[in-house]
Design a binder for this molecule. Structure first.
Ligand SMILES: [Zn+2]
Length: 345
């Protein structure tokens, strides 16, 4: 992985590349942000830049020298990756102890060593304490990179010893350009996918598109339930959404805004060429037949506000419920059916 392959995050890239080019690699770094935003890619590019024997003056790894190849294959003697041993476990004290003794052995390279700790927010308390000692007194010159979905699981004491970088969603047009060039999508398709992926390159670039499709399916279900389902089922949906990770809810919310925009467009124009998202056209049209266009546009504004509120408030269940009730009020004609149409049909 090279910095030039990273989608978005221009400022983080610039910072890390300059750090590598000036030989100031050793230190502690904390990269945090949603899964799929690019933390692992940034860490890989940084480590490659530190290790590369033919690094450019701008701090970019060559990508072909022996060191670059060894980093890419994760067999470079001076680079180690730490992650939870099993999906259910966090990072344990033994792993941090092993890391500490590995850092204490002398490096084969002049630049020192590098350790990337993945899912650092899932560390046991003892492991975090041991890591803190390592950060306070590193046994040798080393770049220690902590990757975490959010800061909550990282003790303040560790955070304050690290240079922190937020690795968040990438602006949709930037991501769309990368999708167009890498996956050969046309411009409209690329932008749709970028938005539906919530600006997360890891989700958008997945060639199967399954993560994006799943978000979109769920968002469509939310809309159908809100407009045409039983109120009781909405409470169940809100409860399920409350269990999901914030970025996941945000991606779905974004997908819902996108789809609802099409619902409102259909309500106004009743023309298929007004719809952005071709994938779920039949279901969008079915909902579009049920709504009052003026209220549908008002509801779109509510959705935008709700999305912002979800990022600021913890009462996600209430915010979602409020948004869905607004969608329901956009409906014209007979009262909502007693159950979901796809199940009662
Ligand atoms: Zn190289």
């Amino acid at each position: 992985m090279r910095f030039s392959e990273i989608v978005g995050h221009a400022r983080v890239v610039q910072w890390l590349a300059r750090t590598a080019s000036e030989g100031r690699g050793p230190g502690a770094y904390l990269l945090y942000g949603p899964e799929g935003a690019g933390k692992t890619s940034l860490a890989s590019a940084f480590v490659a830049a530190l290790a590369c024997r033919r690094r450019s003056p701008e701090g970019e790894a060559c990508g072909v020298c022996e060191a670059c190849q060894a980093v890419a294959a994760r067999r470079h003697p001076d680079v180690t990756w730490v992650e939870p041993a099993a999906e259910a476990d966090g990072i344990g004290i033994d792993q941090v102890r092993r890391l500490r003794s590995w850092l204490g052995m002398s490096a084969t390279s002049a630049w020192g060593k590098a350790a990337v700790i993945q899912q650092a927010d899932r560390m046991s308390l003892q492991a975090a304490n041991a890591l803190l000692k390592t950060l306070e007194e590193p046994p040798g010159p080393a770049a220690i990179l902590l990757l975490a979905a959010d800061l909550q699981g990282i003790p303040e004491t560790i955070q304050s010893r690290c240079l922190r970088f937020f690795v968040g969603p990438v602006a949709a047009p930037v991501l769309a350009r990368a999708l167009a060039s890498r996956l050969g999508l046309d411009a409209d398709e690329a932008l749709t996918r970028a938005v539906l992926a919530g600006g997360l390159p890891g989700r958008a670039l997945d060639p199967s598109g399954s993560a994006v499709a799943a978000s979109r399916q769920r968002a469509m279900e939310w809309i159908e339930q809100a407009v045409d389902g039983a109120p009781r089922e909405l409470i169940g949906l809100a409860r399920a959404a409350d269990q999901a990770a914030p970025w996941e809810v945000d991606a779905q919310m974004q997908a819902m805004i996108w789809l609802w925009r099409d619902v409102a467009a259909w309500g106004w124009a009743r023309r298929a060429d007004c719809l952005i998202d071709a994938g779920l056209r039949d279901r969008v049209v079915a909902v579009g037949q049920l709504v009052d266009p003026v209220r549908a546009v008002e509801a779109l504004e509510t959705l935008l506000t709700a999305r912002r509120m979800l990022g600021e408030y913890t009462q996600r269940r209430l915010v979602l419920h409020w948004a869905w009730m607004t969608l329901r009020r956009a409906r014209t004609g007979p009262a909502a059916r007693a159950s979901h149409p796809t199940r009662s049909a």
